[in-house]
Design a protein around this ligand. Sequence first.
Ligand SMILES: [Zn+2]
Length: 442
Amino acid sequence: MQKAVQGLKPENLWRYFSDLSDIPRESGNEEGVRRFLLAFAKEHNLEALVDTIGNVIIRKQAYKGYENRPWVALQGHMDMVCVKEEGSNHDFTKDPIKLVRDGDFLKADGTTLGGDNGIAIALVMDILSDPSCKHGPIEAIFTVSEETGLTGAFNIEQKHVNSRLMINLDSEDEGVLYIGCAGGIEVRSSMPVTWTKVESASKAFILTANGMLGGHSGAEIHKQRANAIKVAARVLHQGPDFQVCKAEGGTKRNVIPSVCTVTFVINTKDEPLLRSLVEKVQAELAGEYEISDPGLALSLVETDLPLQAVDKQVSRRFFTAVYAAPHGVDAMSMSIPGIVETSTNLAIMRLEEECFKVISSHRSSVLSARDDIAHRFASVFKLSGAQVGFEGAYPSWKPNPHSALTGFCAKAYEEYTGRKPEITAIHAGLECGIINSKIEGM
Ligand SMILES: [Zn+2]
């Protein structure tokens, strides 16, 4: 046992956490932890299996007298996020995580700790190995590669799972019970372009929208921050005729775009009109976003005239579609006040050789609403002549504040701590939503 956890209670829990910390377990490299768990099951005479994708399921029969209770799954993931400090020579494929005590906090020396989700596994191992713990039949479900695409959850097989009740132990905050999560889907829109020669009486400009805070499209969409791609479209769609030759905004589908640049050509005589438009939109946005995005800035810089640019009809049609497409919060939850139910992130925009491309990501805790917002978004681009495709759909977990398990967990938490837990939902994808959709009747 590593020194940092010596003396901590419950002793078994911290010993298991320390053992886990000694085993490298980056997503996709779960073999070591899988072997460790199977050896643990054998040592404690517990039934264990590994499914096709590599998830480990361990079963413990009920405590004497509790045989008539339903099966309950306790679930966590085996992999961890592996990030180290700059200059650290830690090798995540073979080095143990070095645990460090800092007052009441347990940390790691120069790396991520792996508390997410090592603590869940340690906790379940403590229960599984404790002969005095009174419970009905328990099924531990330890999944692979949660952090890199929820792979283990997506490949859970109903035939391996007895439980229809599940408690996932991958939450982030003490005293908070999550009872719902968002599902998601991506829309990919592409509008074919035709390039034409640029006329000589033209000028080229780079329009840059930046200075925005961006943020995570699940956790921060309710902050109503500006989207840099939408900001650029707000200028262009109402301006004089323009021909785009370069366009780029956004980085990842789950990040609200904070920078967008568009290089385009206009007729020289339209320059004053364009300049006053940029000023007008800048002033409008400064007012609209003074609280959420005080740094929002628009700039217009002249650049070298290109030889070719996308023709002006297509350029305008594309940026009008971007202007019209939804972005941000679409609906708030009616069952859990203050939580976003449905949202869109217009995430990435690019001009490529053959087409303009947009990738948008849509979330909702209500499955039909997830698909509805995605189709509404896609309809805008379809109307403007783009091809659209749907990808990467994952299911939601619709909150049910009246579930018996929620009530039971809340009561247990209160009895144990003397405090009522907060009961809420999260506007992001969790393994719960996926496993729930794979196991009929869960
Ligand atoms: Zn996690």
